[in-house]
Design a protein around this ligand. Structure first.
Ligand code: SAH
Ligand code: TMP
Ligand code: ZN
Length: 406
């Protein structure tokens, strides 16, 4: 039996998606034979309520100098992080000398707002290619994995931080105790921690099982985050739901007893109880829903192909790796997947080896159907793809249910 990464309680995994490749491991033909696979299993800890994957590939296999995810490919996310930064500056950074640190700062999408406002800032980003893009954008970045040791070095070199931020990165890190100890060291006594990640509540409610892949070691909830930070004598003081990435939660944390605790914390703890996030039955139900979604999607794609129609995937997201490989989707069903990220183009998707092509392949010659893998960017994409729909193209969606958009 595996033991929980947070509280060491033994637990039974409730679901296996089978063998999975590295979700962002887009590859060339020459690399097919050496492709790495691991079993993607998920478990729930009955003690601290943390949902976690059982085995995670080594961090260097996922985060390196060819990391395929560039945060700034979405205009809406740029706006989201601008607003995030403005909130932090207004509420928590009294002067330009206030120091802000961001974990997993990627290409600088959030920190560039602090840089241009003249704030002392530092990004910590181990993937060298995206870190380089940030530095070229005028964002101070160190290319390292954050942990307790690095926190010591940062304090010695730069001093303690007024704000410690993270987005879609805390849930990527299996060694969270070292991270939280590092945050504790780095944060001034009155400092604030704010981070957001895809929210377990949304994943359960929408059966968005594609949020489960190698990089996501955890699916957080208010329960599990409160438990984790309590273990380190830190306090969850507020939570704010976000619409990003199909439903996320922002957690606001301080040193113990330094701030008043918002009633939101209790409100979401109650909501989570009502949703059943603390009982294993909920996860068995989730498992059944995943199987049903798989069945529905495969049948829909096969029916469309029987009619002799073409289907392309829209956006080669990391999330799509779970969908494609769990559902057994191949190049027989999807002619190609288009994506605007240059580093993904002219490569093949992880596991199923579906060709990934430049966006222009889609816009120059529309398929009959497009399977929307980036449903979290739906608003932005629908706005720019009106021509596809006007000339008869149809969208296939799979969250919160499998359907053809009419
Ligand atoms: N914050 C950005 C990027 C999220 S992707 C956004 O929301 O769009 C996750 C990022 O975390 C990757 O760029 C990855 O390289 C980085 N990362 C992974 N492990 C890390 C660690 N231990 N310390 C700092 N960054 C890490
Ligand atoms: P994400 O869902 O993890 O944010 O990844 C988004 C992916 O979708 C990324 O590879 C870029 C791609 N993308 C497009 O191809 N077109 C778009 O319009 C948007 C918003 C994203
Ligand atoms: Zn636990």
């Amino acid at each position: 039996m595996p033991s929980c990464r947070i509280c060491k309680t033994n637990y039974d995994p409730f679901l296996s998606f089978g063998n999975m490749p590295i979700a962002n491991g887009f590859l060339t033909k020459e690399q097919f034979d050496a492709e790495y696979f691991f079993e993607l299993q998920v478990g729930f800890c009955p003690e601290c309520k943390m949902v976690q994957i059982v085995n995670q590939p080594n961090r260097e296999m996922m985060f390196h100098e060819n990391y395929a995810f560039y945060s700034s490919t979405s205009q809406n996310m740029k706006l989201h992080f601008k607003q995030f930064a403005e909130t932090v500056m207004k509420k928590y950074l009294p002067s330009e000398k206030s120091f802000v640190v961001e974990l997993g700062s990627n290409d600088g999408i959030m920190l560039k707002n602090f840089a241009s406002a003249g704030h002392k800032h530092l990004g910590i980003e181990p993937s060298a290619n995206v870190a380089k893009a940030a530095i070229e954008n005028g964002v101070n970045t160190i290319c390292e994995f954050f942990d307790e040791d690095l926190a010591h070095k940062i304090v010695n070199e730069y001093g303690q931080a007024d704000a410690f931020l993270g987005a879609n990165v805390m849930c990527h890190i299996p060694y969270l105790h070292s991270i939280v100890e590092g945050i504790k060291l780095l944060l001034k006594p009155e400092g604030i921690v704010m981070f957001e990640d895809p929210y377990l509540g949304d994943v359960i409610e929408k059966t968005s099982y594609d949020q489960i892949y190698d990089e996501h070691a955890f699916l957080f909830s208010v329960h599990s985050i409160q438990y984790l930070f309590n273990m380190h004598n830190m306090e969850l003081v507020d939570v704010e739901p976000q619409e990003t990435h199909g439903g996320s939660m922002r957690y606001i944390i301080g040193h113990k007893e330094k701030r008043s605790v918002s009633s939101n914390v209790q409100k979401y703890l109650e909501k989570e109880k009502n949703l059943g996030i603390g009982s294993i039955g909920t996860y068995y139900m989730f498992k059944n829903n995943c199987e049903k979604f798989k069945h529905d999607l495969v049948n829909l794609l096969n029916d469309i192909k029987k009619d002799g129609k073409s289907i392309a995937g829209y956006a080669a997201t990391s999330k799509s790796t779970t969908i494609i490989n769990y559902c057994g989707i191949t190049a027989d069903q999807l002619d190609y997947i288009c994506d605007t990220t240059p580093i993904k183009q002219n490569k093949f998707s992880p596991g199923a080896h579906i060709p990934v092509k430049a966006y222009e392949n889609f816009s120059n010659s529309y398929p009959d159907y497009a399977l929307l893998f980036a449903y979290n960017h739906m608003e932005e994409i629908m706005k720019k793809e009106t021509r596809f729909v006007d000339q008869g193209g149809k969208w296939i969606l799979y969250v919160p249910e499998v359907k053809v958009l009419q």
